[in-house]
Design a protein around this ligand. Structure first.
Ligand code: AMP
Length: 213
């Protein structure tokens, strides 16, 4: 099964990718995670990508396409994979076709913009140990202080409200057209993202079993 998870940033693609990964025993490939790791390590790729990411913009296509090309050539992807966060625009989807990748299913997780705003702007991470929290859904015991190491809890640059708004605009303008792109190919399935992760997971797994996953 070669599948794509579509959906706005914060729709829960990463979380659902993990579940699908465990269910179908295929790797999840997240360009966002690969890029964040590169930024953290300060590699050449990370240095090139950081400014775009902090501003809530897409990293240039040539960079992400070469990441995907390399990653999908690794042996663990031979039996299928889940793409989380790629493609992000029609050019990237076309590049995937040019690489000879035939996608079986595109699963779109729909969440309203105001819910995305609430989810992402409430996220906090510990500046020292990286533990993650949420002001509404997973608060720390003392406000602004990590339960684990007493480090300071901060808002990641790309979770700041103005950056989330920018990421949502980019999503609607550049990524959402992919729904029509894949619908025209008969590959699109839509799941309504639920408040509870487990409820969304159930819908995702139901959809997968309908498509032979
Ligand atoms: P994500 O965790 O998927 O939201 O990705 C974090 C950031 O990485 C995004 O806001 C983009 O700046 C960048 N990024 C991730 N995937 C892509 C992609 N396929 N194309 C361009 N930029 C990407």
């Amino acid at each position: 099964m070669k599948m794509i998870l579509l959906g706005a940033p914060g729709a829960g693609k990463g979380t659902q990718a993990e579940v699908i990964c465990d269910t179908l025993h295929i790797p999840a490939v997240s360009t966002g995670n690969i890029l964040k790791e590169a930024v953290r390590k300060g590699t050449e790729l990370g240095v090139k990508a950081k400014g775009f990411m902090d501003a809530g913009q897409l990293v240039p296509d040539d960079l992400v396409i070469s990441i995907i090309k390399e990653r999908l050539a690794e042996p663990d992807c031979a039996g299928g994979f889940i793409l989380d966060g790629f493609p992000r625009n029609v050019q990237q989807a076309q590049a995937l076709e040019e690489l000879g990748v035939a996608i079986d299913l595109v699963l779109d997780i729909e969440v309203a913009d105001e819910d995305i705003m609430r989810r992402l702007t409430g996220r906090r991470v510990c500046a020292s140990c990286g533990a993650s929290y949420h002001t509404a859904f997973k608060p720390s015991k003392a406000e602004g202080v990590c339960d684990r190491c007493s480090g300071e809890l901060i808002v990641r640059a790309d979770d700041a409200p103005e950056t989330v708004a920018k990421r949502l605009t980019v999503y609607h303008e550049q990524t959402e057209p992919l729904k029509d792109f894949y619908e025209a190919k008969g590959k699109l399935a839509i799941v309504q993202g639920q408040e509870e992760v487990a409820d969304t997971t159930k819908l995702v797994l139901d959809t997968l079993s309908r498509y032979g996953g």
